[in-house]
Design a protein around this ligand. Structure first.
Ligand SMILES: Cc1cc2nc3c(=O)[nH]c(=O)nc-3n(C[C@H](O)[C@H](O)[C@H](O)COP(=O)(O)OP(=O)(O)OC[C@H]3O[C@@H](n4cnc5c(N)ncnc54)[C@H](O)[C@@H]3O)c2cc1C
Length: 416
């Protein structure tokens, strides 16, 4: 089944609508909510309602609120695949929509109501009943703890079953939860039994207004300031046992792989965010170079011809880097749509696009000089926003580690 590198025609309408939203709503509010960090971007409420309506008609599925980060055509449905057929489904739709929205603004995209990577966690491991119950809700994902960042197997938050009531009681601390203040649900990773290691780690859906979930503080950040980042304490936080996603069994093999499947869904999306921001940087830089009288001539490769400006040669090299990241990311999403295991490709896409996004944004600032650095334009903000995409959902170094393990056939114990 060959991969077709053209953007699927059926997504043209979605892409153009997402682009319009990005240009007319996200970009004009970019600077405002970067400056007003922690202020709720109320313009997005109206937009989310409009997108919900469009999603029902199918027009914006993927770019819209509920669809991003899910494994199915809606958060409440798992995808059906025709055996043998080549398909571009909701993973590809989410990706191409996200790229456009992040060309507009990554922080605002992350702040969009009913958006949220928590839905990817739900889609990865939930059963049908849970998909129905939690689908379409704004869900954040809480994995990171003070003592567990890159090494998510080290988490200490505990979940203890109270046999009398049938509730799980969660205790621990979660930090850096994107949309943690505003989401309706928080998907919390906790261990059923620390002595049994990663197999005992499960995810639990906690309602945001659960009295056992206490907001500790909101973070001030370098970039994506429109997106709230919350720290929580879980203190005897009771959730019904039906809120444990997937199976409560501690299976020595594969227990952790259930929750880890979340990343196969989310990493290509984060890569897509980097592709969107980097494209914004490249487009503005092209305009600046042209207005400075620098011609970008694709017939003169590598800047070897002295008539080609060094800035133009650098620009062409950046475009090639961007295209490489885009193709890797499309591949990861295409594999997910076609039910092919994509952990390796998801990490490759995230590693390549995360680094590309950060490097291109900073190089574009440099090429545009004072204009790139000043707050009169958005380039300096994009450079700040891009950095997180090489950090959350697994840092650059962690992606390289995962890729190396897979290529060398090593376990996490063998290659740390
Ligand atoms: C704005 C923001 C939003 C976030 N949103 C969420 C969210 O919604 N949910 C959530 O659960 N988390 C979230 N995070 C947390 C994020 O996923 C973690 O910060 C990230 O996983 C890194 O963990 P850490 O900060 O503890 O760094 P550490 O794990 O302490 O790593 C520090 C450095 O060491 C490197 N390193 C660590 N281990 C290795 C190794 N074995 N080999 C080589 N290098 C290594 C890392 O790459 C990094 O450069 C968010 C973070 C930020 C900043």
């Amino acid at each position: 089944m060959p991969i077709n590198l053209e953007t699927p025609k059926k997504f043209n309408q979605l892409i153009s609508q997402a682009h319009q939203v990005a240009a007319e709503i996200l970009r004009p509010n970019s600077r405002k909510y970067d400056t007003l960090e922690h202020e709720y971007p109320k313009e997005l409420d109206m937009l989310a309602a409009a997108i919900d309506g469009l999603n029902e008609g199918g027009a914006l599925a993927g770019a819209g609120a509920g669809a991003v980060g899910t494994n199915g055509s809606s958060p409440a449905t798992k995808q059906k695949t025709d055996e043998g057929a080549n398909r571009n489904g909701s993973n590809m739709a989410s990706l191409v929509g996200l790229i456009e929205m992040c060309w507009g603004d990554v922080g605002l995209l992350l702040a969009m109501p009913r958006q949220g990577l928590g839905q990817a966690a739900i889609a990865a491991v939930a059963n049908e009943e849970q998909l129905q119950r939690f689908g379409g809700k704004w869900a954040a994902m809480a994995i990171t703890e003070p003592e567990a960042g890159s090494d998510s197997a080290a988490i200490r938050t505990t979940a203890t079953l109270d046999e009398a009531t049938g509730d799980y009681i969660l205790n621990g601390e979660k930090i850096f939860v994107t949309s943690g203040d505003r989401a309706e649900l928080i998907v919390v990773w906790a261990t059923l039994d620390r002595s049994q290691g990663r197999a005992a780690i499960k995810s639990f859906v906690v309602e945001r207004d659960n009295p056992g979930l206490k907001l500790d503080r909101l973070e001030h950040k370098l970039g994506i300031r429109a997106s709230d980042t919350a720290n929580f304490v879980l203190q005897d936080c009771r959730v019904p046992k039906e809120n444990l996603l997937g199976s409560p069994e501690i299976a020595p093999k594969g227990g952790f792989s259930g929750v880890m499947q979340t990343f196969d869904n989310t990493r290509p999306l984060v890569a897509g965010m980097a592709i969107g921001v980097a494209r914004a940087c490249l487009e503005d830089t092209r305009d600046h170079l042209q207005s400075a009288g620098i011609e970008i001539d694709y017939n003169v490769l590598g800047g070897r011809d002295p008539s080609q400006s060094a800035a133009a040669a650098e620009f062409i090299a950046m475009e090639a880097d961007w295209e490489a990241a885009r193709l890797l990311t499309l591949q990861a999403a295409w594999m997910a749509d076609n039910k092919k295991p994509n952990s390796l490709q998801a990490s490759m896409a995230k590693a390549k696009a995360g680094r590309m996004g950060t490097e291109i944004a900073l190089r574009c600032v440099a090429l545009c000089g004072a204009t790139g650095f000043g707050e009169g334009e958005l380039m300096e903000k994009w450079a700040r926003d891009a950095k997180i995409l090489d950090l959350f959902e697994g840092t650059q170094q962690i992606q390289l580690l995962i890729i190396a393990r897979q290529l060398l056939g090593k376990t996490s114990a063998e290659l740390k």
